[in-house]
Write a protein that binds this ligand. Structure first.
Ligand code: SF4
Length: 242
């Protein structure tokens, strides 16, 4: 049989007891965050890591508020998955939209797909559609969560569980910071977690539609994000803390 051309979901490398330890540690991390802070919010993009965290939050019935950045450029599959996730987990996910005037200013200056022309336009688009809405979504929060992992990218190797988000003046937690890609998929399989349908079509990482493509077998798992830019530009700026 020919090897698949595109990325496929990795097999589990964990024994059931190893996965149980990871799962318990994840629950303990989430509980400890809620014990310390009374307004914790989770920015979910509906990708695999975020679905793991969503599952763990709902299993533990933790008082964490969910939101997603409705950029206006998402795949229809992502838009549809928000509702499916709400129904499946009996939660509410706040959709945070960009300001129309910010999007229009970006379009006027760069064109709607101006991000393909370079870093400056990409930063402006992410600024209008993601970063400013994130700042709005986190107003009043004491802490927030992300699904980032160290292993995801050369820009994330120093990632820790807890960090201070100087940009928003609150704490930020990365409860999967030390999980591997195989750990994530082992949890998903064991807990029967909902997944984004594009993960089954060669997309390990999912963002806005025009800035995300399939990844070939053996490529970096974020190779399909902003593929026309240098590797140190393959972040949207959401996780720059200062
Ligand atoms: Fe714009 Fe692409 Fe950033 Fe989405 S990921 S906000 S479309 S530049």
């Amino acid at each position: 049989m020919n090897a698949p051309q595109f990325w496929t979901i990795p097999p589990s490398e964990l024994s059931p007891s190893q996965l149980a330890i990871k799962t318990q540690a994840l629950q303990e991390r989430l509980v400890s965050i809620c014990d310390q802070f009374d307004d914790v919010r989770f920015a979910t993009s509906l990708a695999a890591e975020d679905m793991v965290i969503t599952d763990a939050i709902t299993q533990a019935k933790l008082p964490i508020q969910f939101f997603t950045l409705a950029t206006g450029r998402l795949h229809q599959e992502t838009v549809d998955l928000v509702k499916t996730t709400e129904d499946h987990y009996q939660i509410s996910i706040t959709k945070v939209y960009p300001e129309e005037s910010d999007v229009q200013s970006y379009i006027d200056q760069y064109g709607i797909n101006g991000f393909y022309d370079g870093e400056e336009a990409k930063k402006a688009c992410c600024g209008a559609r993601k970063i400013k809405p994130l700042n709005t979504a986190l107003q009043g929060a004491k802490a927030w969560l992300s699904g980032q992992r160290r292993e995801q990218s050369t820009t994330r190797t120093e990632l820790n569980f807890a960090e201070h988000d100087d940009a928003r003046g609150i704490e930020k937690f990365n409860p999967l910071f030390d999980w591997t890609e195989a750990d994530v998929w082992a949890y998903i399989k064991q807990e029967n977690v909902l997944i984004h349908p594009l993960h089954l079509k060669g997309y390990p990482s999912i963002g806005c539609e025009p800035c995300t493509r399939q990844v070939k077998q053996g490529e970096d798992i974020r190779a399909g994000r902003w593929w026309w830019l240098q590797s140190d530009s393959k972040e949207c700026g959401l996780h720059i803390n200062r």
